[in-house]
Design a protein. Structure first.
Length: 94
């Protein structure tokens, strides 16, 4: 497959889910300023249950990962929306 954009805008892949265990169910959204927001389900170090994590970036630089769920049971099924004011809303099940 070829890109017709000159110069090509694709970059090398970057791993953004930095949790030590498996990561799955990624949801990605962009805000009106071009910021990238990512949530996913993952397992932290030494955890048997899954948590919901969030990370924000600009495509090159990424902020630290935030554990949103902090649950004693497994958290799963994340979803995310950004409203017209630029506020990020994340929901999940436990």
């Amino acid at each position: 497959m070829k890109s017709f954009i000159t110069p090509p805008l694709w970059r090398a892949p970057v791993k953004v889910s930095d949790t030590p265990g498996p990561s799955s169910d990624p949801i990605i959204a962009t805000d009106s300023d071009g910021g990238i927001h990512l949530v996913w389900m993952g397992e932290g170090e030494g955890q048997l249950n899954s948590e919901i994590y969030y990370r924000q970036g600009d495509g090159v630089n990424w902020a630290s990962t935030i554990n949103l769920s902090h649950s004693l049971t497994s958290s799963y099924g994340p979803d995310m929306a950004i409203d017209t004011e630029g506020r990020v809303h994340v929901v999940w099940a436990e």
